[in-house]
Write a protein of this length. Sequence first.
Length: 123
Amino acid sequence: MKKILRSIFPIVLLLAACTRQDISPGPPIDESYWLTRERGIIAYSDFSCNYFVIETYNGYTLARIWGGYAPSRGSIVYGDFSRYGVHTIYNRSEGYLMQADVLDYWLNYWDAIDQMDWNCSRP
């Protein structure tokens, strides 16, 4: 009986230490606002690098993700892609908002990929 209690006690202690947290979705996203912003498609993204390339009407934009994961290739995004700086971007394909730093815009495809490779290869 003593051995059974010794083996059950750590299991009970472990289960008592576990808590359940409800992860509620964030605030609702106002799509009517975001659909008026510039539209883009993620042309290139690499999960080992924080940089990604967005294809827009005016060319390609190089951006760096802030505090999250790079979006998947082919995702449709809305935001300000023709201005430098940190902007909020709406990823409509995956349904969330993210922060990204626009480093350069109105590039051709090869210049955007070259800049991304150069930025990703730096330590």
